[in-house]
Ligand binder design. Structure first.
Ligand code: HEM
Length: 152
């Protein structure tokens, strides 16, 4: 009876120790967790500033600005901010059209797409967004390319 009580005590102590270790491991993992890309970019005010600059760059870019001749620019900016905010893990909901529906029939080329990406990178550089975050953002937008580009 006495022996089994001892075993029970040892078992309980070991169990508690394991739980404590698991908790502290979880705690340190959580403590080191990388913030979302949304947070690292500087949240909505920073994303809005980058989108403003980006759309400004597109407006000056003779390679592609003709395509936006009849576009409601403030509306486009709003959609882009929501899209980037949501894609990077922020508390926004993109309410615009899906990328295929939006760009269908525009005959967007690879060169158009690359020009737009260049204009975005220039905006990110203007705000000194670090390379790692730039790469991560482009990594989220890159997969949209087949939905947008229709011509080689
Ligand atoms: C990853 C790349 C791209 C993203 C994330 C993107 C995203 C968007 C979004 C969110 C909208 C607004 C959707 C809505 O109003 O419902 C939009 C509209 C538009 N996009 Fe893109 N786009 C991309 C590439 C391009 C490219 C390469 C072009 C052409 C150079 C282009 C031309 C347009 C035009 C002309 C409109 C506005 C159409 C209108 O007047 O309403 N997009 N895009």
């Amino acid at each position: 009876m006495r022996i089994s009580a001892n075993y029970l005590a040892i078992g309980l102590a070991a169990g508690l120790l394991m739980t404590a270790t698991a908790c502290s491991t979880l705690e340190s993992t959580m403590g080191k967790a990388t913030p979302s890309l949304y947070d690292r970019l500087g949240q909505k005010p920073a994303i809005t500033a980058v989108v403003d600059e980006f759309v400004g760059n597109v407006a000056k870019d003779n390679r592609i600005n003709g395509r936006f001749a009849t576009t409601d620019i403030p509306r486009l900016k709003g959609h882009l901010v929501d899209q980037v905010c949501m894609a990077t893990g922020g508390p926004c909901t993109y309410k615009g059209r899906d990328m295929v529906t939006m760009h269908k029939g525009m005959g967007i080329t690879n060169a158009d797409f690359n020009a737009l990406v260049e204009d975005l990178v220039a905006a990110l550089d203007t705000f000194k967004v670090p390379q790692a975050e730039q790469k991560e953002l482009l990594g989220l937008l890159g997969p949209m390319k087949p939905d947008i580009v229709e011509l080689p």
